[in-house]
Write a protein that binds this ligand. Structure first.
Ligand code: NCD
Length: 344
């Protein structure tokens, strides 16, 4: 493992190793002080973030390393028109590992092509968010001791939520997971994600109230306002699914509620005090899984950068990095764009 772009690309052994290490860091954090002494993390955040950036930076500081980077691209040379490729190459010269978040789909994968330092995808547009998935699955495992056989409901913006896409894909690596996908027709899961769970036990639902009783895990999500074309379209979809006390009364006592956060109004404040609400614990777990991941990637070290022939623009997805950056190679696998998973 040289970079983390997509959680479901990890082998079972790599996943197990990361979760075991994260558990041991959580149990005895002091043992890992100074594990990455003298190492530097570069954080390139082209999109807003609170938890993800702060937890990555905290992870590196707790391991004894340091951090450089930006939280606002307008305060960097990006505002002068510098390409992703140049920025990434420069930062790889300064830092031992790069964490990148971008509104553009496939940006982290593109960065990994040009960086000899390991790259972590901290969210690429509406595409994927693999480290969020690590903390989601870590939290499920901590509570149930397993992922296999659970019924997992995912509710809200299944179209634009990158945490949803990463999670659905990753859960397909486990046995007999039942998916209950709860959304309006407009915000249902994109086809390329459904393709990953073809043949699985999947139920599409429109009512949270009617579905909640069968769930072991309820994963609530925010309607992704920033991905809508207009405020009017957002308002049509907002406030449809709200988890409140009355709905929670229909859930199993053993069910857990997860949310990648930030939450807006999809969970009523009174739910925070319910013992089933695990989202603050889940956010805390983000620190331990990121410490584990950063340790493993920095220990694995640098890898040589390939040489690529650059080609014409080819991807029909306007949000794909190949339509935003010059000088990216044409990479199509099984008729699918390697950067953003769109059919070509
Ligand atoms: C998520 C994201 O950025 O995709 N936030 C996070 O990293 N915890 C979820 C969201 O913004 O709704």
């Amino acid at each position: 493992m040289h970079s983390l772009i997509d959680f479901s690309a990890l082998t079972k052994d790599e996943r197990e190793d990361l979760f075991t290490l994260a558990s041991s860091i959580k149990a005895r954090p002091g043992d890992y002080n100074g594990a990455l002494h003298g190492k530097i993390m570069g954080t390139l955040f082209y999109e807003p973030s609170t938890r993800t950036r702060l937890s990555f930076e905290t992870a590196m500081l707790r391991l004894g390393g340091g951090t450089i980077g930006f939280a606002d691209p307008n305060a960097s040379s990006v505002s002068k028109g510098e390409s992703l490729r140049d920025t990434v190459k420069i930062v790889a010269g300064y830092a031992d590992i790069t964490v990148i978040r971008s509104p553009v789909e496939g940006a982290a994968f593109a960065a990994s092509l040009y960086s000899d330092a390991p790259v972590i995808n901290a969210g690429d547009g509406a595409h994927l968010h693999p480290t969020q998935t690590m903390m989601d699955i870590f939290t499920i495992r901590e509570r149930f001791g397993k992922v296999d056989g659970l019924t997992i409901g995912i509710c809200g913006d299944l179209k634009n939520g990158r945490t949803v896409h990463s999670l659905i894909r990753a859960l397909s690596e486990y046995e007999n997971v039942r998916y209950v996908l709860i959304s309006t027709p407009e915000l249902s899961v994109p086809q390329y994600i459904l393709d990953c769970i073809a043949g699985r036990d999947v139920r599409f639902a429109s009512s949270l109230e009617e579905s909640i009783g069968e769930l072991d895990v309820l994963y609530m999500t925010r309607i992704q306002r920033e991905r809508f074309a207009s405020e009017e379209q957002y308002e049509k979809e907002a406030h449809v699914y709200v988890l409140d006390r009355a709905k929670l009364d229909r859930a199993k006592d053993s069910m857990i509620i997860l949310h990648p956060l930030p939450k807006v109004d999809e969970i009523s404040p009174e739910v925070d005090d319910d013992p089933r609400a695990l989202y603050f614990e889940q956010a805390k777990n983000g620190l331990y899984v990121r410490m584990a991941l950063v340790m493993r990637l920095v220990q694995a070290g640098r890898a040589p950068v390939g040489r690529y022939e650059c080609g014409e623009r080819y991807c029909p997805n306007p949000r794909c990095v190949t339509n935003h950056e010059r000088a990216l190679p044409v990479l199509v696998e099984n008729g699918v764009c390697r950067y953003c998973d769109t059919k070509v």
